[in-house]
Write a protein that binds this ligand. Structure first.
Ligand code: PGA
Length: 250
């Protein structure tokens, strides 16, 4: 039976340092890795650590392929909350990913379905690592509650709470997205390794429910519990509602 690994780090700083170091050593072991990367608030301190590791020569994206996890539609391509813009700001502008090795999702594509099909075709060779945040409703990427595990890359309508939550990326007063494009659960579940990142008290309830309540499409992150190499990497606040028995100390 698959067993989820749940690792708890004492502080947000220790968490960010260790997750960044873990990524750097992953890349050192598998320099030609194909990785899907998330955006949002959670991974930002991790990306800062990865940028340092690349600057220090400890890791390199020179041979790696980076796939964007998801993207907001219906908002300008250069809006500060677009996932592509956030990933450039936090990581891509500061590391050595080769231009042809960065794969993004394009909501402005004239044929979005064909664009998604091409993304999935490129992922016939499974990802080596998918790094994910988790929404307070249990979404991963933009796979909202109710998403079946065999869903592919596609256009999705956002849950109203996801639209509301995106104000922290786009800013007060900006138009907020109601739809997006996301890597599907099928491609996430096909990856060799999955890391789910969560920090802060605000994620404690959903982390507990995803790990301890029955697996259900109503909390998409719980579907990842069946994956053979799935890691929940948590700071103490995000892990605060879990019984000690399920935790490994980071
Ligand atoms: P956050 O978003 O990292 O900004 O909290 C996570 C998510 O909604 O997937």
């Amino acid at each position: 039976m698959a067993m989820v690994h749940v690792v708890r780090y004492e502080s947000p700083q220790a968490w960010a340092e260790h997750v960044a170091a873990r990524f750097a050593s992953f890349l050192a072991d598998q320099p030609a890795a194909r990785v899907a990367l998330p955006t949002g608030a959670t991974p930002e301190p991790v990306y800062a650590g990865i940028v340092e590791a690349v600057r220090a020569g400890v890791a390199s994206f020179g041979r790696a392929h980076v796939f964007l996890l998801d993207e907001f539609g219906g908002v300008p391509p250069d809006a500060k909350g677009r996932c592509d813009v956030m990933l450039h700001r936090a990581l891509l502008d500061h590391v050595d990913v080769r231009p042809g090795h960065y794969h993004k999702l394009d909501p402005e594509a004239p044929d979005v379905e064909a664009m998604c099909a091409a993304y999935d075709a490129a992922l016939k060779q499974p990802l080596d690592l998918v790094m994910l945040g988790i929404g307070r409703n249990g979404h991963v990427g933009m796979n909202e509650p109710g998403t079946p595990p065999d869903s592919g890359t596609r256009r999705v309508e956002l849950a109203p709470s996801t639209t509301q939550a995106s104000v922290r990326y786009f800013g007060e007063g900006a138009a907020l997205p109601t739809w997006g494009i996301t890597l599907g659960l099928a491609q996430i579940l096909a990856a060799r390794t999955i890391w789910i990142l969560a920090t802060g008290e605000g994620k404690a309830d959903i982390v507990r429910d995803v790990l301890l309540e029955p697996v259900s499409a109503s909390r998409p992150a719980s579907l990842l519990r069946g994956h053979p190499d799935c890691w929940f990497l948590l700071d103490a606040a995000a892990a605060s509602k879990l019984p000690v028995g399920v935790l490994t100390r980071g």
